[in-house]
Each structure stands twice: as C-alpha cells, then as structure tokens.
Design a protein around this ligand. Structure first.
Ligand code: PLP
Ligand code: COI
Length: 341
C-alpha cells in the first residue's frame, strides 16, 4: 500500500520510516550493516553513552530532485566531522566509506519517504555514534554502535525562510575553549538547552552564544553558525575553537566568493553587530534563518526588516537550495548520488 504523507505540512519532527541501520564495532572491528525496523535499541545499563556522554551525532540531508534522482549534500564532510568528534570523545571513528554506504543504503531502503522535488521538503539523515561497553569507572568504551535514521523533514522554524528575533544568552555558556564545542557531541546540546529555553520563554526563537572565556566575541547560535553581511557586502563569520565547523557555512562562504564578496572568517567582536546589514543563522536543518534583531543586555541591534529577509541572504539561500535540488548546476561537485556507494 502506498504511504500517505502530507508533504507540504512536514515540520522538523521525527517520523518513523521503513527502517534504520545499525553497525557495531566489537572486538576491534566493524561488523555488518544491520537493517532494523523496531525503532528501539537495546543497551547495557552501564553503557558509557548513558552515564558519561560518549555520544556524537551528525545531520545531513538528501534531496528528491527534478530529474527524480536523489542526492545527498556533501555527506563526506559529515563523515569526516564524525571522525573528528569521535577522536575527541575517545570513540572509534567510523570509516568514511562505511558512513557513506550506510547513508546510501538507508535512503534506498526508505525511498518512499524521500519528499518529492515539488514539495520543497527533504530527507534528514541522522547518524549517531555511541559507546556501548559497560564501565562504571570513568573509562572510554571499547565497543561502539553507529546508528543512522532517516526522516522526511520540512522547515526547522515554522515559517521557513523568514526572520526571527535573536537573544544573546550570557547567563549560560554552551561550550568552552579547548572543550568539545567543535564536535557534535550530544552533551553540547544538553548544555545549551537551559539557555535556549530561557531565551524562548523571553520570546526569542534563537539564542546566540558568546565565547565562554571573555564574552567579548561571537561564537554561534545553539544549533547553527553565525554569519553576517556588512554594509559593504562582506561575508563575516566567526573563527573560534569552540564552534562547530558548519558544512552549510563553508559552502555559503564559497558561494559568497563566487558572487564576488570578500569572505572574512575571523574573531568577531559582539560590538560589531552595529556594523552588519544582514545577519543569519546557518546549518543543515535551517539552511539559512534570517535574524532581524539581536538583543544584548538592554541594547537591540537591528538588521533590516522584521518580515522580510535581506537581499544577500536571500540570494545565498536561493543559490544553495538551487544546487541542492538540482535547479542550478553543481559547480562545486557537492551533490552525492544516493546510489553511489
Ligand atoms: N552549529 C551547531 C551547534 C550545529 O548543531 C549545527 C548543525 O549541524 C551547525 C552549526 C551547522 O552545521 P552544518 O551546516 O554542518 O549542519
Ligand atoms: C542540523 O542542522 O543538522 C542540526 O544538527 C541541528 C540540530 C541539532 C537540530
């Protein structure tokens, strides 16, 4: 029986699909890729992921394209970032090729759940690596599980590409210099929940975090990178050792350079907010979310209109989406066919 999905009204929420995939690292080697239907995993009660947070994840998207093909956006970059996260958290890094073949297989097995081109939605793929061996003393696991789920997704924020108001969260820090902020450790998101919820309660859908050491420099939003366009059309984004290297951001920097913009990746003082014409949050889930204003203490910085994204963010957004959906030639070779591995 054909599945019935209201593609146009998908939010950013989990939907159970045909299956997820699992691969375990036991006795020093990765096993076979297992296809699982029951969306529960069985874990030892003393598994290191449960007690000591040995867990990291990834997020990438696959797109149903105009020519009916399905392609992922830069999955090798996610595979490499998971390796970096695993190394920092003393976990076994899954080989790039394992990651890629799992992602391709997952999409093929769940192809009925890949939103068709005309829906404007996409298939979100969530790989997750956890330590599974039992240890009560603080000790890295010897065994690991890589799970990968897929779920059709709509926009992260209800209104999609529409400005939101931001809040600088100074009461709670998210990631420390020389800590694990550059990884996609699950614990980073637990660390950010209190600050994000506090901002949400005050009426701000998105919180911006400053560097935890001095609170003078912009780090990133809770689940996306910070980017700004200056009045003289420069693309500015923070360099910081405690932020995630966003694949969306690095891609947008290349697109901005293609457009002739100067790209500056450098420490960004919070007071520079006064110089920006447009501000955005970027990441796989949001692509770009325009930020119309940011509250810092009692000072409000505004960037353009409250109900309309700025011209350059709109141009960047359309370009990256165009490449992802196959409407614009893939000049940087970013799209990876879902049946390639
Ligand atoms: N920063 C954080 C903290 C994130 O969780 C994400 C989401 O993945 C990003 C940035 C954006 O990274 P990417 O563009 O690779 O999805
Ligand atoms: C993503 O953009 O893929 C993310 O992982 C953000 C997320 C934590 C919802």
């Amino acid at each position: 029986m054909a599945i019935q999905i209201d593609w146009k009204n998908l939010g950013f929420a989990y939907m159970q699909t045909e299956c997820y995939l699992k691969c375990e690292f036991v006795n020093g080697s990765w096993g076979e890729i297992e296809v699982c239907q029951d969306p529960h995993v069985s874990l030892h009660i003393a598994a290191t992921c449960l007690h000591y947070g040995q867990a990291a994840f990834e997020g990438l998207k696959a797109f149903g394209r105009k020519d009916k093909s399905i392609a992922m956006f830069r999955p090798r970059e996610n595979a490499r970032r998971l390796i970096r996260s695993a190394q920092r958290l003393v976990m076994e890094p899954p080989p790039e090729e394992l990651f890629l073949s799992m992602a391709s297989k997952l999409i093929q097995l769940n192809r009925d759940y890949v939103p068709p081109y005309e829906t404007g939605a996409s298939m979100y793929i969530r790989p997750c690596l956890i330590g599974t061996a039992p240890h009560i003393g603080v000790h890295p696991s010897e065994n690991f599980m890589l799970i990968m789920l897929a779920s059709p997704m709509g926009p992260y924020y209800k209104k999609g590409f529409f400005p939101v108001k931001g809040y600088i969260q100074e009461e709670y820090d998210r990631a420390a210099p020389r800590g694990v902020g550059f990884t996609k450790a699950g614990g980073n998101y637990a660390a950010g929940m209190m600050g994000d919820m506090d901002g949400n309660k005050k009426g701000f859908p998105i919180c911006l975090y400053l560097d935890a050491a001095s609170h003078q420099y912009i780090d990133e939003f809770g689940s996306s990178n910070f980017l700004a366009i200056t009045r003289d059309n420069k693309y500015v984004t923070p360099a910081s050792q405690s932020i995630l290297q966003s694949i969306t951001n690095t891609s947008l920097q290349l697109i901005a350079a293609d457009f002739g913009l100067t790209v500056e990746k450098r420490p960004v003082r919070v007071t520079e907010l006064a110089d920006f014409a447009e501000v955005g949050a970027c990441g796989t889930a949001v692509v770009i979310t325009p930020v119309s204003s940011i509250l810092h203490g009692s000072r409000v910085y505004s960037f353009g209109k409250e109900d309309e994204a700025g011209a350059m963010l709109t141009r960047l957004y359309q370009e990256i989406k165009g490449i992802q959906y196959g409407d614009i030639p893939d000049r940087h070779n970013w799209m990876y066919p879902a049946d390639a591995a």
